[in-house]
Design a protein around this ligand. Sequence first.
Ligand code: ADP
Length: 361
Amino acid sequence: MINSKSLLSVVSEFLKALSQKRTYNIKENWYCIFGILWGIPIPVVTIGIDLYSSGSAVNVYNIITKVISHPIHFFFLSHPVIFGIIFGAMGTVRYNKNMEIKEFEKNLINKNEELNKANKKLLELDELKSNFLSMVSHELRTPLTTILGYISFLKTGKAGEMTKNQIESLNISEEEAVRLNHLIEELLDLSKIETGEFKVNLGCVDIVQVVNKATSSLQPLAANKGVVLENNFSEEPPLILADRERIFQVVTNLIENGIKFNKFGGKVCVSANGCSGNSKLRICISDTGVGIEQAQLDKIFDKFYQVDSISKRKYGGCGLGLAISKNIMELHNGRIWAESKIGTGSKFFIELTRYDKKISS
Ligand code: ADP
C-alpha cells in the first residue's frame, strides 16, 4: 500500500523531473517519443469521429474547419505534447533513480574494498601479534627458568649457609618468579591457541587423582588467604576421557580463582555433581567469594577479560585463565560455564565425557 509520505515523494520527484532538460530531450529520452506516439491517436480519432458524424470528406480544409468550429479539438491536438511531457518526466525519474542506484553501488563497492583492505591489515597485525607473543614468551621463559633454578639451589644451602632474612627474601623472590612463570605459560598457551597449535592428548584419566592433586597443591594458598578448601570428591566419580595435564590446569585455575576472589573465612568446595548414569561427568567448583554479575558471566570466558579494572589491580592475573580453560574444554568436546550471585559466591561447572573402554578401544 502506498502511504501519503511515499506519494508525496513520488509527486515531488515528478515535479523535479519536469524542471530537468532531459525530460524534453527527444534524443536522450526515448520515453518522450513514446509519450508523443501514445498521444497522436487521440486528435486523429476525435477529429475523425467529428468528420464521420457530419458526413464530411477527409481533407485539410475540412479538418481545419472542424478544429476552428469546435475549440475542444485544440485540447485533443495538444495530447501528443502533454503525453510526451508526462512520459518524458517519467523517463527522467527512472533515469535519476538508476543514477542513484549506480552511485550507491559504486559507494558500496568502494566501502567493500576499504573493508577488505582493513580486514587484511587486521589479519596481518593479528599474525604479527601472535608471533610477537610467542617470541616474547619464549624469551622470558628461558631466563626465568634459570632464576628459579638458582633460587632453589641457594635454598639448599650448598652455596653457603643463609640467614633467616635471606631465606625470607629468597622465598618472596621465588613466589614472584613462579607467578611470572605462570603468566608466561598462559601467554604461551594463548599464542598456541591463536596459531592452532594448542592440542590435547585424550586418554583414560582418574579424575579423583587430578582433583586431589589440585586441591593439595593449592592448600597452602588457601590457608594463606584464610579460605577453607573442601574436597567433596568421593571415590565414586568414574574415569574420564581427557588430557590429564590440561584438565589439571582447568581444575587448578578454577580452584585458584575461587580462593583468589574470596574473603577471609570463605570456602571453596570441589564436588562431582549430578549426571550419574549418563555418559557425562559434571564437576562443580563453588566459592563464597565476591560473585560475578549476571551480565558478565559470558564475558569472563573472553581472553584478557577481567570483571573490572579495580579487581584487576587488587587480585592480579591477566584474564587468560578462563579463556584457556574454555578452549581446553572445547578440545575435550566438553563444557564450562558459571552461575553466580554478587556478594554470595560463584559456581563453576565443567562437564566431561566418562571413559568408555568400548568406545576408546
Ligand atoms: P584472572 O584470574 O587471571 O584475572 P581468569 O580468566 O581466570 O583470569 O578470570 C577472568 C575474570 O573472571 C577474573 O579477573 C574475575 O574478574 C572473574 N572471575 C573468575 N573466577 C571468579 C570467581 N570465582 N569469583 C569472582 N570472579 C571471578
